[in-house]
Design a protein around this ligand. Structure first.
Ligand code: URA
Length: 437
């Protein structure tokens, strides 16, 4: 393979051939193509984009870079959901067990933290002992026994995405429509699904803040799922403020446990029931969306979703003490509370800055090899649009011995805005649109 020719082709704005794409992806996974060469190609794709056929071949090459899951013989429909990433987006964690409790299996292959957003795998691994690097046989066994399995890309499952995703994270190459679409769908196509929900975030905490660009990503992904023969629905949902109140790994597990107990923030529950309802209908497990939503809500309220989650945690090696007592999760040694300096209405000026505030505490990766500190993060006391008085607690910062604290405070100051009390603030819709192929 002539790597320099391939790089020059893309740099000059031309489409790569299927043969070049296959050679490049295979070579990268084998270690013959170096990270600096892959970074150059990713940058060129970021700048130039990809044609429809080229993206189809690129996604297929990523999908074929490792094993595809063999879920043959496992009874029942299989469904999953994936998000483009947001701040405090923990929906997958309560959603998967809730859907499984309603009779649809969820073989979930998720990603790690990327840019200013956290990743489902990192969040789950903040439960002591929880393993997400499952070999295919273990993944299958967990799925058969519990109805859910939470895995990540491994050396065998979509290894191309494992490497490219990490590289994009540290080179500022996340917000690209073809790279996002291929990254997300290569993982989801490897699962052998009957139905998929895609959550495309918009707003200041999303990679694609502009809803129009989000809609373009949605159409791109729906075009790909159609060509690959996977029934999919896309929802565009708001990331103008963090989802729920907690941002940070163990803090988000605690909030997910609250949702699984039929409690927790209303926005989190709304997305869990909306996406879950959609998946149940798509899999023939509910007659219509209202019935689907109701079934998912019931599984949260009557403890069935929590039972499934407890079994998954146990099967994947995690300590189940947190199920009965979320206080058993590891926690940060230090907490500082930021209070409002004036009266007004709380608004989120920049939700991305909340993700950055958590990252500088140690809750995100600055470099490929960085370890995440799972216990640091922030917990809001107020939601956007709420009235606050001077001295009211706005947000708790969970930190470790002050590491990153001054920077975190600066990011939060940028993130939050206290507006004058004037006309009633209108909350933007949480779910902006629903699209199908
Ligand atoms: N989630 C993914 O899996 N990939 C992306 O590129 C962005 C979000």
């Amino acid at each position: 393979m002539d790597v320099r020719r391939i790089l020059a082709t893309k740099r000059d704005g031309q489409a790569l051939s299927k043969a070049d794409i296959d050679a490049f992806i295979t070579g990268y996974v084998a270690g013959d193509v170096r990270d600096y060469e892959a970074s150059a190609l990713l940058m060129a794709i970021f700048m130039v984009g990809m044609e429809e056929d080229e993206l189809f071949h690129w996604t297929g090459a990523m999908l074929r870079s490792g094993d595809v899951m063999d879920l043959e013989g496992i009874a029942g429909q299989k469904a999953d959901k994936h998000s483009t990433g947001g701040v405090g987006d923990k929906v997958s964690i309560p959603l998967a067990p809730a859907v499984a409790a309603c009779g649809v299996r969820v073989p979930m292959v998720s990603g790690r933290g990327l840019g200013h957003t956290g990743g489902t795998l990192d969040k789950l691994e903040s439960i002591p002992g929880f393993r997400t690097a499952l070999d295919p046989a273990t993944f299958r066994r967990v799925l058969e026994r519990t109805g859910v399995a939470f895995g990540g890309q491994t050396e065998r499952l979509v290894p191309a995405d494992k490497k490219l995703y990490a590289l994009r994270d540290v080179t500022g190459l996340v917000a690209s429509i073809p790279l996002m679409a291929s990254s997300i769908l290569s993982k989801k196509l490897a699962e052998g699904l009957d139905a998929l929900v895609l959550d495309v975030k918009f707003g200041s905490g999303a990679f694609l803040a502009d809803p129009e660009r989000g809609a373009e990503l949605a159409r791109t992904m729906l075009g790909l799922t159609e060509r690959f023969g996977l029934p999919a629905t896309v929802f565009q949902t708001s990331m103008g403020q963090p989802l729920g109140l907690a941002v940070g790994h163990t803090l988000e597990i605690a909030e997910s446990l609250a949702c699984l107990a039929g409690d927790g923030p209303a926005d989190l529950r709304e997305l869990v029931t909306t996406f879950g309802g959609e998946l149940l209908v798509a899999c023939g497990a509910a007659e219509d969306l209202d019935a689907g939503r109701g079934a998912v809500a019931a599984s949260l309220d009557d403890g069935r979703a929590m039972d499934v989650f407890e079994r998954v945690v146990a099967e994947q090696g995690g300590d189940t003490a947190c199920i009965a007592d979320p206080g058993a999760l590891p926690s940060a040694p230090d907490v500082e509370t930021i209070v409002a300096e004036e009266e007004g209405v709380l608004l989120f000026a920049d939700c991305c800055a909340v993700g950055e505030a958590v990252a500088v505490l140690g809750g995100g990766r600055q470099r490929l090899e960085d370890e995440i500190d799972p216990v640091v993060g922030v917990v809001f006391h107020k939601r956007a649009g709420e009235r606050v008085r001077a001295g009211d607690a706005l947000v708790e910062i969970h930190h470790r011995d002050g590491a990153g604290l001054p920077k975190c405070r600066r990011h939060l100051a940028r993130a939050l805005w206290i507006d004058e009390i004037g006309e009633a603030w209108e909350r933007p819709p949480l779910v902006l649109s629903r699209l199908t192929a």
